[in-house]
Design a protein around this ligand. Structure first.
Ligand code: PEP
Ligand code: MN
Length: 345
């Protein structure tokens, strides 16, 4: 932590700050210029609230130089983490694609979606069985029946399953059906859910909160990891800004920012990020170019009649085109996207 004193701060003020720092257990290194003194405080605990120092008389500003999180930080683990999801690595050379409808609606819808996305290079099938909807009158999901449909469709096409868990009581219900627990944007700071999910052994897909800073997001990852589950995948899905043309503002700069601060893989969701299907392919291209380790996209066999998020769901042929384009981008930056699978006859 670096403490910058006011220009011309009198010596007794400086001494008082040094004493206080010592009392909090810091070693203090003082450097005094002609007009200003800067104090370096060594040994900051992750949970130390710097405002204790900011409010002292004569202090101009205080800067943290170490992150408030540990397990999620790049300084704790230098090499990239590759999260293994039953043989599919997230965070390695391959840019993985997680695709499927917003909600699980029926056996037919999931079978058609799974067959299509698997044939064109996706490795994960997505679909919500428990849905966090802004309105209590909107479709809330099929619950456990939806999980069964999702798992069966994924298994028929050798896809991994990712689905959302909204509350601790759902963990045991969802556990046998899923490969990855998705924590939705609205639950990014549901700390009791993060703690409970941290006690499981399955990978966790942590979506960024609607108005969360990168540090808050990484602190939420820390909650999961501190409980003993290191298999965290981050997902940028757009944040709230003053812009209204798109549903959210997809913060692609978060990709290189997170890569610098953390070793965890990061996936981008251009479907929720833009909310409009004709914006998904360009942002998917941009996400891969920015260094994303994967994409999560909504795809539906009949978007006009989808029970949720139809307007942002890709048509099947758009999904094929997106895959074709991101293969070109991935190739340009030394990464890969799975090739279309040969259809067996
Ligand atoms: C979803 O993936 O369907 C979803 C609800 O996402 P988010 O939590 O990002 O809004
Ligand atoms: Mn959705």
């Amino acid at each position: 932590m670096v403490v910058v004193m006011n220009v011309g701060a009198p010596e007794p003020q400086i001494q008082a700050v040094i004493e206080r720092l010592n009392r909090y257990g810091f070693d203090v290194h003082r450097s005094s210029g002609v007009q200003q003194t800067v104090l370096g405080a060594i040994g900051v605990k992750p949970d130390f609230d710097v405002r204790h120092i900011k409010v002292l008389e004569g202090v101009a500003d205080v800067y943290r130089v170490t992150e408030p999180y540990k397990f999620a930080s790049r300084s704790w683990k230098q090499e990239n983490t590759v999260v293994d999801v039953r043989g599919v690595g997230v965070g390695g050379e391959e840019v993985v694609v997680m695709a499927g409808p917003c909600s699980v609606e029926s056996e037919e819808q999931m079978e058609a979606s799974a067959a299509h996305v698997a044939a064109h290079g996706a490795t994960f099938l997505r679909g919500g069985a428990f849905k966090p909807r802004s309105s209590p009158y909107s479709f809330q999901g099929l619950g456990e029946e939806g999980l069964r449909i999702l798992r069966a469709a994924a298994d028929r096409h050798d896809l991994r399953v990712i689905t959302e868990v909204m509350e601790p009581a759902q963990i045991d219900v969802i556990y046998p059906y899923t490969d990855v627990f998705q924590i939705g944007a609205r639950n990014m700071q549901n700390f009791s859910l993060l703690k409970e999910i941290g006690k499981t052994d399955k990978p966790v897909f942590l979506k960024r909160g609607l108005s969360a800073t990168v540090d808050e997001w990484l602190m939420s990852a820390e909650y999961v990891m501190a409980q003993g589950n290191p298999h965290v995948i981050l997902c940028e899905r757009g944040i709230r800004t003053f812009e209204t043309y798109t549903r959210n503002t997809l913060d692609l700069s978060a990709v290189p920012v997170v890569k610098a601060k953390s070793h965890l893989p990061i996936v981008v969701d251009p479907s929720h990020g833009t909310g409009l299907r004709n914006k998904v392919i360009p942002m998917a291209r941009a996400a891969v170019a920015a260094g994303a380790d994967g994409l999560m996209v909504e795809v539906h066999p009949d978007p006009a009649n989808a029970r949720s998020d139809g307007p942002q769901s890709l048509f099947f042929e758009q999904f094929v085109e997106m895959m074709r384009q991101i293969r070109l981008i991935a190739d340009a930056i030394g990464r890969t996207v799975r090739a279309p699978q040969r259809v067996s006859v």
